[in-house]
Ligand binder design. Structure first.
Ligand code: AHR
Length: 495
């Protein structure tokens, strides 16, 4: 039996802006993400431009990802950037310590910058603090961004990149409480002060410096780090959280209970972001705002192990988690500036999967694509009156997750609605209240046959969004949101 409820959107009650960077991504030298997923080499039979595979480029370009974080992850604190520049045949071969695989260094800084240009994303580079030096980090910044007549700039030119790469986002290490050195927050803060001083000095005032923050198991890290930064907090533009969800469950062979467990994990993200946001606000130095980024998030199932290169499948469960996760991020966007899902191709909650010359996109990809109009919009008030779901662990949450944004010019309104209930369709009255009238311009839906539905190389379009026919120029009224579905509704001003 469908249950009757309502969603009320208030386009005139404008809240904060939803930064486009909330829709960022992350690609690491891990498994088949970079090598095979992005880089195939110039001699590959797979269609490529300068060694970068073009099917992946086309798929990602379509998403207009705003930013891409690289080269890690744990790999970052064991990466020496000079290994990855110059003639490829002369680059050293190394061992990728954390992911136990060879590293040819064929894909380095200039290839990463080229890839970002091809897909239209801004680069975000994570520096090596754990095993690197301040001078190594500083010189990487100079190589990337300087136009001065220096030897490093000449080197970049000789390597085929006459123009600076203009990298704005610089991470000062990754997970320095773990693979990035197993440091105490106070020691990390002392290193951060040194690294940030020279990185900022070289990159200039426009650079944005990102500090390693906590994961949900060590919330005290943030507080101790920020306390130890007292007097130099102006060097911290953002503090970066990492939150993975879904651990211990299977990618496709999961129970309904596992699905609801993953939905409960959105509340874990919510609480951790709220906690860190409160802390950052309390620590803001004069005339400086410490923002938050979540530069690793997403699902991590039991199939994703080091021997499998952290590869896992991606179902409608991932899509619903992503969509409701974005709604959570929208609510926190007054402090939360960027998120980077892990990882772009073939690793963890990937957007794209490849198998030799073949490539498919995942249900998660479709959510990124469907939610594009939210980017840089103003969040507007959206009230939901709907049924509740009981979650494992005793919690509860609304079965409907909804979020609405209004374009900066005020002319477009975009509403996304997720029905998280696995069994029940929800029929809701959707009302837009306030000045003027709004008409439905487009409705799209992602549902799949089942919560376990996913795309395969044999059936690449098993899950894909469909356009829902609406009477042209119809006002919004009652809509049915099928069980386990993501719906987007674009509205334009009437008249
Ligand atoms: O994304 C996989 C790994 O997860 C990253 O390298 C690390 O930062 C995190 O622990």
């Amino acid at each position: 039996m469908p249950q009757s409820r309502q969603i009320v959107v208030h386009p005139d009650v404008r809240l904060h802006t939803v930064s486009r960077y909330l829709y960022g991504h992350f690609a690491e030298h891990l498994g088949r993400c970079i090598y095979e997923g992005i880089w195939v080499g110039e001699d590959s039979p797979i269609e490529n431009e300068g060694g970068i595979r073009l099917d992946t480029v086309r798929a990602l370009k379509e998403l207009e990802l705003p930013v891409l974080r690289w080269p890690g992850g744990c790999f970052a604190d064991n990466y020496h950037w000079m290994d990855g520049i110059g003639p490829r045949s002369e680059r050293p071969r190394r061992h990728n310590l954390w992911w136990n695989q060879p590293e040819t260094n064929e894909f380095g800084t200039d290839e990463f910058a080229a890839f970002c240009r091809m897909i239209g994303a801004e680069p975000y580079i994570c520096l090596n603090v754990g095993s690197g030096t301040v001078e190594e980090a500083r010189s990487w910044v100079e190589y990337c961004n300087s136009s001065q007549p220096t030897d490093l700039v000449r080197l970049r030119r000789d390597n085929g990149s006459p123009e600076p790469h203009n990298v704005k986002f610089w991470g000062i290490g990754n997970e320095n409480w773990g693979c990035g050195g197993n440091l105490r927050p106070e020691h990390y803060a002392d290193l951060y002060r040194r690294f940030a001083t020279y990185v900022r000095g070289t990159a200039g005032a426009d650079a944005r410096l990102i500090a390693c923050g906590s994961h949900p198991g060590i919330p005290e890290w943030d507080e101790r780090f920020l306390a130890a930064m007292n007097g130099a907090l102006h060097l911290v533009d953002y503090i970066a959280l990492h939150i993975y969800s879904g651990g211990g469950t299977s990618d496709t062979e999961f129970a309904d209970e596992d699905y609801y467990g993953l939905i409960a994990a959105i509340d874990v993200m919510d609480r951790n972001i709220a906690r860190a946001a409160g802390l950052a606000k309390a620590c803001d130095p004069q005339e400086h705002r410490i923002g938050l980024v979540l530069d690793e998030w997403g699902t991590w199932y039991k199939e994703a192990t080091v021997p499998t290169g952290l590869c896992q499948q991606n179902t409608m469960r991932d899509a619903l988690f992503t969509a409701a996760g974005f709604h959570c991020f929208h609510r926190h966007a007054d402090r939360l500036f960027m998120t980077n899902m892990a990882q772009t191709v073939n690793v963890l909650q990937a957007l794209v999967l490849t198998q030799g010359p073949e490539m498919i996109v995942t249900p998660t990809y479709h959510v990124y694509e469907m939610f594009r109009p939210h980017r840089d919009g103003r969040l507007v008030a959206c009230e939901v009156d709907g049924p509740t779901l009981s979650l494992p662990g005793g919690g509860e949450r609304g079965a409907i997750s909804a979020s609405a944004t209004r374009s900066e010019d005020g002319g477009g309104l975009f509403l996304s609605v997720v029905n998280l209930d696995l069994e029940n369709a929800i029929t809701a009255t959707v009302r837009v209240v306030g000045e003027g009238e709004w008409r439905v311009a487009q409705v799209r839906r992602l549902a799949g046959q089942d919560i376990r539905s996913h795309n395969t190389f044999e059936e690449p379009e098993a899950v894909r969004p469909e356009a829902i026919r609406v009477e042209s120029e119809a006002p919004l009224e009652t809509m049915e949101f099928p069980a386990r579905s993501v719906t987007t509704i674009r509205l334009d001003r009437a008249g």
